[in-house]
Structure formats: C-alpha cells, structure tokens
Design a protein around this ligand. Sequence first.
Ligand code: BTN
Length: 328
Amino acid sequence: MIRLLVSGWWFMRELIRLLADGEFHSGEELGRILGVSRATVWKRLSQLADSTGLSICRVRGKGYRLAWPMLLLEYADLQDLPWPVHLHEVLDSTNAEALRRLALQEGRSSPFLVMAEQQLAGRGRRGRAWISPYGVNLYFSLLLPVESAQRLDGLSLLVGLAMKRGLSACGYPAVGLKWPNDLLLDGRKLGGILLELCGDPADRCHVVIGVGLNINLREGEVSLDQPWTSLALERGRAIARSEILKSVLAALDDVLEQSALTGFAAFRSEWEAAHVWQGRQVVLSSGTRTMSGRVLGVDDHGALRLLCDDGEQLVSGGELSLRLADDT
Ligand code: BTN
C-alpha cells in the first residue's frame, strides 16, 4: 500500500520534473506545459527555491535550470514495499513525524514507514543534525511495535546489517559497518541509523528506526563535520534512489523477520565480518568518560567487546562515540 501526503505539491513536483534534466527550459515552455503564465512559473520557482533550498539558475534569454540534474523518487516505483508508507516532500524529520503519527493513534500502531524528499531538521546521533537536502538522498523511518524488550537487543546493529545487505545486492559490496550503527564506504560515512523509543520497554513500547543514506550528495553541496561520501561519488554518476530503497527495505524486512525468531546472536558473525574496526585499537567516549582498548567484536546482544588493560569490557547503549586510537 502507498499513501501519498503531497497535497499542494503536485504542481511543484511537476515543475521539478521538467527541470530535472539540468538543462535550460524557458518560462514560456514551462508555462505552456503546466497551463500557467510565465509570471506564475517565475513565482512558483521562487517559492520552490525558498522552501527547498534548491539552486535554480535563471539566465535571461535561456530560461531556468537546476544547478544539478536530479533523479526524483518515482512514486509508481514504490508500490509493494513491505510496509504502508507515508510519503512527504518536506518534513522536519521523518523520525519526528513517525512519533507524531503514533501519538495521534494513541500509541496503538502497526508498522509503517515515513519518507521525505527533504528534512529541515533531520536528527542525527548525539544531538547532531542530519543534513537532508531535497531530492538527493534517502531519508526514512520505520515505526515498529516492540512486543518484548528482547526485540531491542542489537536492533541498531541488525538495521545496519540489513542496509549493508541491501546495498550489496545493488552492487555496493564494499559498504562496511562501524559499531554501533554507522555505514562506511572507504572509511567515510555513507549512512547513519537513529533509533528512538517511545513507551516503556518493559511493557508496551514502539521503536522508530530512522535511516539516512547518502546517495547523490556531492562535494561542495554541503559542509559536514566528519568525512563523508555518497554512492554517486563512489560511482561518478547520479544514482536512481528507488532501486536502492526497495533493496534495503526488503533486506530490513528479512532481517527483522528472522531476528524475531533467533535474536541478534544468529547475525553476530556476519556483523563482525562487516565491522571495519574489528581488531583495531579504539577510544570510546561517553560524556566525560573515555576508555581505550582493542575491538574483539560484539556479544550475542550487540554489546561491543573491548579488550582493555584490565581485561574484557562490554559496552552498550547510550550516547557513545568511537574513534580509532591512532586517529589524531
Ligand atoms: C547518525 O547520526 O549517524 C544517525 C543519522 C540518522 C538520520 C536519519 S534520516 C531519517 C531519520 N529521520 C531523522 O531525523 N533522522 C533519521
């Protein structure tokens, strides 16, 4: 099932679709196709640039063009996803929207997905913002009821593994994982996962699994506070997002279904094989506390196993940050 929440956006989306090739289109041509005046085209393009931050060039005698070509998400390609999906053009955050929808349903909700073409206040881990420009990457959140607290064991690691499987199936086998839930390519951040809980894990609760994947982000488009990459940078061309989305969601559905029976333990060795910092010397920080050690792997619940001076330590949960010890 697909549910479109794009009221008021049909016109804007058609305008973007006409400009998506990155070539010049005159106001007259755009107006003719859309059945409006040149002045309306100009007004709507200005609104579009204001609301999405899209860079639209206007050159006298040539018309308008997008600064870069764009591959829009094709709604028709998004039928038959594993969960009902609420698609938005612009949101503050898909995680926030999933939690709002849950509140509206008074905490009784079956799984559903929220997706957006752009987030204005995308949330990252440790209070960071997740940069989410219009039509460039994938931003989605899956809301799941949690039947037992055990279901949360290693959940963020399982989601990372599912993303890796889904990307591998699309021809990106080199994607690696960094505990607890970063996706890396060539040592740079390709994607992130943010889990948010609502309710009491010992009783009734829901979890929002938020995923951001850098698909078509380009150098110079944004400035981020950590090394990052995107599939487009890896391939040197723009990447269609629908195929990637379908693949990672299918993998997520599989992993969630299987792990509901087996728990994280059945995925532990696959996760460790994908862990880019396996065996490396790391420093773990949590607030003012730091701990150094060698990464031994993870346990059956997804906790990090560190070999420290005083023996093996298990680390889990919280707002932790992990970096390589030799990373100055
Ligand atoms: C991280 O910091 O590594 C986690 C980033 C998670 C970003 C995604 S984008 C979709 C979802 N909605 C949000 O506001 N955040 C998550």
